[in-house]
Write a protein that binds this ligand. Sequence first.
Ligand SMILES: [Zn+2]
Ligand SMILES: [Zn+2]
Length: 399
Amino acid sequence: MNMIEEKDLFNINIEDLPGLSFNCSCGKKHSVDIEKLVVRTNILDELVKALEPFKKGKLFVVSDSNTYRVLGNRVVNRLQEKGFNYKSFMFEVGENDLIPDMNLVGRLLIELDNDVSIILAVGSGVLNDLSRIVAFRTKIPFAITGTAPSMDGYASVGSPLVVGNKKITFQAKYPYAIFADTSVMKDAPMEMIKAGYGDILGKLTAKADWQLARIMAKEYYCETTAKLVQNAVDKCINSTDGLTCRDEAAIGSLIEALILTGISMGLVGISRPASGTEHQLAHYWEIKAIERGMKHPLHGNAVGTATLITAILYEMIADKLPQGIEYPSSSYVRRLLEKVGAKTNPRELGIDREMFMDGMLNAMYMRDKYTILRFCDEQGKLKKFAATLADRFYGHDGL
Ligand SMILES: [Zn+2]
Ligand SMILES: [Zn+2]
């Protein structure tokens, strides 16, 4: 670990963050427990260099038929060229998206040879989650080469999996290394780019909830971590226009903000910097959809819409709020969502009025977390606000 001064944290390039540690004004010592982070265009040279320590054993490269086509094949070719011993395994993706469930975990375990030195996932959310849990349970290191800027789970320690008809987040571990190739990510499906952006907008309301919890529930709060995330989110928002035209620098800001949010959760050991009401609502919708065997939107697409709902809630209860809560205005969130063509109405995500009302009233019980939902409930306003919002999103006027 390299000790640095707290104030210097803000001038450090994201690739130089791994291994750093600092004594924070919040009273804690924070550290970045990732070994290697590469965020740039055309990462293959860096990738093989970083994997050199694992050359004695066999590399297990995991992709799916989509990610193999966009990047996996080039990774495998380069490993071959450089004399690595590897096994490449690819999940076939048909009509339906891959679901990170027990079957896929089992399949990976079966394909995993005894002499594997590192698991290298080439993909985004699902492949990341699958490889993370298998790596954790087998005590084999794992690295991820991202193909889409779709979520903030690259630098995460949790692995959400569908077990039975429930989605459960298992404790796992950080990847040894994260590689993000902006030249590949810029060509990701636009829905995935929008999802990543929605996940980033969620940090605006997550921060407000964290500040609210600090006051109302006397929760621990770290100013420096919150600022680190805010800076990355601001940078990403400032380049919003570049996302829809797939500008590589804008995509770079998006993936940096996503990775940095993951790192920030690792710094404080809680999910507060990254998730609040908007994630409670999105998780509620997702879990109910899984229970009913229905399709559900990408995580970040749901989070984006839920961020707008959360911002409206803050505005509705504004006169009761304690001083100093920095929540975004709903018109600001709406404008940003509209700029990238993301959905602004839960109805467009396939959530019906009943599920919307259920979520508004029950999402706060899913994870023990103080958010604006709990605050509105304590003020005796939650039911009324939920009904008003339902009318607004599902009423005859179509708003
Ligand atoms: Zn701190
Ligand atoms: Zn998220």
